[in-house]
Design a protein around this ligand. Structure first.
Ligand SMILES: Cc1cc2nc3c(=O)[nH]c(=O)nc-3n(C[C@H](O)[C@H](O)[C@H](O)COP(=O)(O)OP(=O)(O)OC[C@H]3O[C@@H](n4cnc5c(N)ncnc54)[C@H](O)[C@@H]3O)c2cc1C
Length: 718
């Protein structure tokens, strides 16, 4: 939706499965004015299971088999929350999630959370690798492959198409490891829902791959390294891949939503819950009460357009459209190597060409999420956090409050726009904004005691506005409380988009040093030190990596994936106050936070303020700068944030006495604007190691010494 539309209705999508991913793509091209769509999904990247066996076999890379939900949602102007839903309140129309935020409200709900294999067999939960969630399987598979001692016996439990494909994929990946593979089949033949010839071919393929096929093995219990069958047989296995019959999530049923066999949400022809008409379910999670379809991705895909249509119709009070499933579906099963078996109805085919056909279909499906159409209508302005202007931090006397103001408004510009994509989530937005404001306080060794806020909410009907306000206030309260203070008051207003203006009040601290800030010399504080203590040879410590600006610019331009932003978000959600206290405990005599001017701009201001009293300058060791991994690649690829054009002027003032030949991309990171960046502190060189150790223990694991103080004014490179 456009930022100017009044929000009248919230549709919440839970789970980033096939149906929802395709629905969001359609929504991006045809949004419904006044309706806000939000996706909550556990993963930033959602796996495409059709390519999972090929991924495990080593034929595909991570990006090739994952849909980047963050990017898709950003493109479609859909809010994205990375979290797992744990409960549902149908009365209040809210879902509970696992990341500590308040319940998320909705008017209409759609569930596409897939299925998980049944883990009710005693010992299964503790000892097997379940195929779902796929992200869990992928992580554990990588760990298994990387461990120095490979498993000697690998068992696959599950005789359906998925189990068969995983078996041969794993076998192919570990073909040189010497591991023995065992396929445990409950009945006499696998893939029993297909013609007998399919099962025969599957057994033949498994035997060709030297797999020990064990039929009539009905697993009764799992112990460490051992599978026990009901008839008393045992099978040794160091690793057990578990691909048994799917079951639905438990939380919808617990909430009172009608469910059918194995906990799947009971739906009617229109993918609508039979008990609660404002709830829809698609993909594996839903099941038609009378005509259930197999649990296969192709059905989830075909349901997407009907779900899309019916959510719109429900929102606008129109009659719903029935979903008519196809009678049969084509099944293509990869055989580890680049061969596949295919079947539809009585037809059974096999060969290298079948694999290439499957590969073509799968790649074409994924292409739809990579080549997102360029939209004509603007959806540019949304909430942003404006990197702080030259810090307005003023420490006064011991009896006067220190006030730090950080305004967050919505100016135009790509630099700021980089942030809005990822902080569409109002709760995260509030937390980042709070920490951004609090950060200024830590620079001056003041102790925050209260804050006032003006929350400008996006124009919405009262019920929606209340949801937004609750979420924002919870995010703010959480960060203020974590830093030892609370909101003293505030105001609420409406504007085009959500924005926050936060004022944090603080008293100068009674312990530790009181440092000068970049806007001028401090007045000193009881028992503290000041710029006169800065001496040549002092170390410069940076507490967080650089590259936030370029990362978000890269994301906006489609050059960075949603998951690339995660380390930066984690850093932005880490308060700088503890870092400030640690630096002071280790004798910091000067400090600044790195925000809109980038490291160089803030370092220069710090330097200028120090030089007012003493003839000091700084030398920066560019090779020692901590930088977010992908940021360096993006900078090398020429990605720059919009503020970079202004900030780069600072580069002209750098001395390069050694004539160090640095790529322009490395220099660009020095002036990359940061939102919620770390601190740059000056402290005695002898304290640097101890300070770094303490910072690492406190969670600032990237903190590094990035230079030192010189006896000559100016900023130069080592
Ligand atoms: C090895 C294997 C191969 C397969 N190959 C094929 C194939 O080739 N063709 C085919 O048609 N089918 C295939 N399937 C079946 C297919 O995986 C499923 O039918 C399909 O993934 C179902 O899609 P979905 O949209 O229901 O959900 P999923 O694709 O399972 O996606 C669910 C999403 O919801 C998220 N989620 C789950 N719980 C929560 C929660 N509580 N809160 C928030 N988010 C949540 C998950 O992180 C995930 O992103 C295969 C299955 C396996 C095991």
């Amino acid at each position: 939706m456009n930022s100017t539309d009044r929000i009248e209705l919230d549709i919440l999508l839970v789970g980033g499965g096939h149906s929802h991913a395709l629905l969001i793509r359609r929504w991006g091209m045809k949004p419904l004015p006044g309706v806000r769509l939000t996706l909550i999904s556990s993963d930033v990247d959602t796996p495409y299971s059709g390519m999972l066996p090929g991924y495990l076999a080593g034929h595909y890379r991570h990006d090739e088999m994952h849909i980047d939900l963050a990017r898709l949602c950003h493109w479609a102007s859909v809010r994205f929350i990375t979290a797992t839903v744990t409960a549902l309140d149908l009365e209040a129309r809210e879902v509970m999630v696992d990341d500590g935020r308040p319940p998320v409200g909705f008017d209409l709900l759609s569930i596409d959370t897939g299925s998980t294999p049944d883990l009710s067999v005693p010992g299964a939960r503790e000892h097997v690798l379940p195929v779902k969630p796929v992200s869990g399987l992928v992580d554990r598979w990588r760990t298994l492959q990387a461990q120095p001692e490979q498993p000697r016996n690998i068992a696959v439990v599950g005789a359906g198409a998925g189990g068969f494909e995983l078996l041969l994929a794993a076998r192919h990946a570990l073909r040189h490891s010497g591991a023995g593979f065992h396929w445990l089949i409950r009945g006499r033949r696998p893939i029993s829902d297909r013609p007998e010839r399919v099962g025969e071919r599957a057994l033949a393929a498994a035997r060709r791959a030297d797999v020990n096929v064990v039929t009539d093995f009905d697993v009764e219990a799992v112990r460490e390294g051992l599978l026990l069958a009901r008839d008393g047989r045992r099978q040794a296995a160091d690793a057990i891949l578990w691909v048994t019959a799917a079951s639905g999530p438990d939380w919808p049923g617990k909430a009172g939503l009608a469910t059918g066999a194995r906990g799947f949400i009971a739906t009617n022809d229109c993918l609508q819950s039979v008990s609660h008409p404002f709830v829809f379910a698609a993909g594996d999670a839903g099941s038609h009460v009378e005509k259930p379809v197999p649990k296969a991705g192709v059905y989830a895909v075909r349901q997407a357009p009907i779900l899309f249509e019916n959510l719109r119709r429900m929102a606008t009070g129109q009659a719903l459209k029935p979903y008519r499933p196809q009678r049969d579906n084509l099944v293509l099963m990869a055989l580890g190597e680049k061969r596949a078996i295919g079947t539809r109805g009585p037809l059974v085919i096999e060969g290298g060409w079948v694999w290439r056909w499957k590969d073509h279909i799968d790649r074409r499906f994924m292409q739809r999420f990579r080549d997102l159409p360029v939209m004509e209508t603007g959806r540019t302005e949304r909430k942003i956090i404006q990197p702080a202007a030259p810090t307005a931090t003023t420490a006064t006397t011991a009896t006067t409050a220190t006030t730090v103001t950080t305004a967050t408004t919505a100016p135009a510009g790509v630099g700021e726009g980089q942030i809005n994509a990822i902080v569409d989530d109002s709760w995260l937005f509030a937390r980042i904004a709070a920490l951004h404001a609090i950060s200024d306080i830590g620079v001056v060794a003041a102790e925050p005691h209260s804050a006032q806020v003006i929350v400008s909410l996006a124009d919405a009907v009262p019920a929606v506005a209340q949801r937004d306000l609750t979420s924002v206030m919870h995010g703010l309260d959480r960060e203020l409380a974590a830093n030892g203070f609370a909101l003293a008051g505030g105001h609420t207003a409406f504007s085009e988009t959500l924005s926050l203006a936060l004022v944090v009040n603080a008293l100068p601290g009674t312990a530790g040093s009181h440092s000068p800030d970049e806007s001028g010399r401090s007045g000193g504080s009881p028992g503290g030190s000041d710029a006169s203590r800065v001496t040549a040879g002092d170390a410069l410590i940076l507490t967080q990596p650089l590259g936030i600006g370029v990362l978000f610019a890269g994301f906006m331009r489609g050059a960075a994936a949603g998951r690339d932003l995660q380390p930066a978000l984690e850093a932005m959600l880490q308060s700088n106050l503890p870092a400030g206290r640690i630096l002071r405990r280790h004798g910091a005599s000067a400090m600044t936070d790195i925000t809109g001017f980038g490291l160089l701009g803030h370092a220069r201001r710090l330097c200028d303020s120090l030089a007012a009293d003493t003839a000091v300058g700084i030398t920066l060791d560019i090779a020692a700068m901590p930088v977010f991994a992908t940021a360096r690649e993006l900078a090398a690829a020429g990605i720059r944030s919009s503020l970079w054009h202004e900030n780069r002027k600072a580069l002209a003032a750098i001395e390069n006495p050694a004539g160090t030949a640095l790529p322009e991309s490395e220099l660009s990171l020095l002036v990359d604007p940061q939102t919620g960046g770390g601190y740059l502190g000056v402290l005695p060189a002898a304290e640097a190691d101890a300070a770094l150790e303490a910072l690492a223990v406190a969670g600032y694991r990237s903190a590094a010494v990035i230079g030192h103080v010189d006896a000559r004014a100016g900023v130069r490179l080592a």
